[in-house]
Design a protein. Structure first.
Length: 343
């Protein structure tokens, strides 16, 4: 059964007319919270094939998109997935078009797909990714911008270094600054008053990234484990997430890693023996008494249930109640017969 984060119980509505919900009797006829896709009918990926596919002879790993939660063959993502240990989450092609803002983050955060051809190319699993002329121009422009930024940073470093100029040069610079201050006193005062000292408005990370050149491709993207924490959470971005219905992207508990850790924790809890947990909290005398009582209960209950098994009859609720009433009665009789002596 395929369940997604948008799945809600449908019992009691128009899909199950004869089944009434015992938790919420007054349910709407249609549950608008549910979003059904091909996965509910056993079909996956853009190829709309079942999994496992008896007609697919190509060994290929399926990867789940964290947005639409559909599963995709690695060869149907438009890009060759990185090694499985290099990324933790994937956003498919369709969801990248829907969440177009992610392309600005992808240039800084996403794990680059493989571009090398390996021995599995003939089997159709790995495709050679080649850049178009337009993409090459964009990359060149981006590199030129980075070069310009580096040049400006070096100039700033030189400006911030301790001055080695002579005293006369310093006086010339000081005189020029004084003349500038005298010439534009009003403009400087206005700029100083309008600056937000100590109360700067929050900067939108997304707008900063969008101001720089970045590539958009018709491919899926692959992301490291902590990328969600770097998404902008300003008021405008939160509103955009809500409109696109992807508010969960800022939720660290929604990540694949969080689900895996929760599943591991639940398995460890199920494997724990509640009797041993109780024994560890008791002293030695209490432990011995509890073990004796447990063994008595286990022996008597086994013998009691064996009669039903031998006769082929069904164990009813009344039978279990009768057993525990008799067991408590025998326990009280044993306790009353015990004698205590003072030494």
């Amino acid at each position: 059964v395929f369940l997604s984060r948008n799945f809600r119980c449908d019992c009691g509505n128009s899909k199950f007319k004869n089944l009434q919900c015992k938790l919420l009797p007054e349910k709407c006829k249609v549950n608008s919270g549910n979003k059904y896709n091909d996965n509910f009918y056993g079909l996956y990926c853009t190829c709309k094939r079942p999994y496992p596919d008896p007609e697919d002879e190509i060994p290929d790993e399926m990867i789940q998109c964290i947005v639409c939660e559909d599963w995709f063959h690695g060869r149907h993502l438009g890009a060759v997935p990185p090694e499985s240990g290099d990324f933790h989450e994937m956003v498919c092609q369709a969801c990248m078009k829907h969440c177009h803002f992610l392309w600005a983050y992808a240039s800084q955060l996403a794990v680059p797909p493989l571009t090398k051809v390996n021995s599995l190319e003939d089997e159709g699993i790995v495709l050679k990714v080649e850049e178009s002329e337009e993409q090459k121009k964009e990359i060149k422009q981006e590199s030129e911008v980075e070069h310009q930024d580096t040049k400006e940073e070096k100039q700033m470093e030189q400006f911030n270094e301790p001055s080695t100029s002579s005293g006369s040069e310093f006086l010339n610079i000081y005189g020029s600054c004084s003349k500038f201050l005298q010439k534009f006193p009003v403009e400087i005062a206005k700029a100083t008053s309008e600056s937000s000292w100590g109360c700067e408005e929050p900067v939108c990370k997304l707008k900063e990234l969008q101001s720089k050149p970045f590539l958009k491709k018709d491919t899926a993207t692959f992301w490291p484990s902590n990328w969600r924490s770097k998404l902008c959470t300003c008021e405008d971005c939160l509103k955009m997430y809500s409109e696109l219905e992807v508010q969960f992207l800022t939720d660290e508990c929604d990540t694949v890693l969080a689900y895996e850790n929760k599943g591991t924790s639940d398995q460890e809890t199920e494997r724990r023996d509640p009797l041993m947990d109780t024994l560890n909290s008791m002293n030695r005398v209490q432990q011995v008494e509890l073990i004796c009582e447990y063994n008595d209960l286990k022996t008597e209950l086994t013998d009691y249930l064996r009669r039903f098994a031998d006769e082929g009859t069904v164990v009813k609720r009344e039978d279990i109640q009768h057993f525990f009433e008799e067991f408590q009665s025998r326990k009280r009789r044993r306790t009353n017969r015990m004698q205590y002596y003072c030494s």
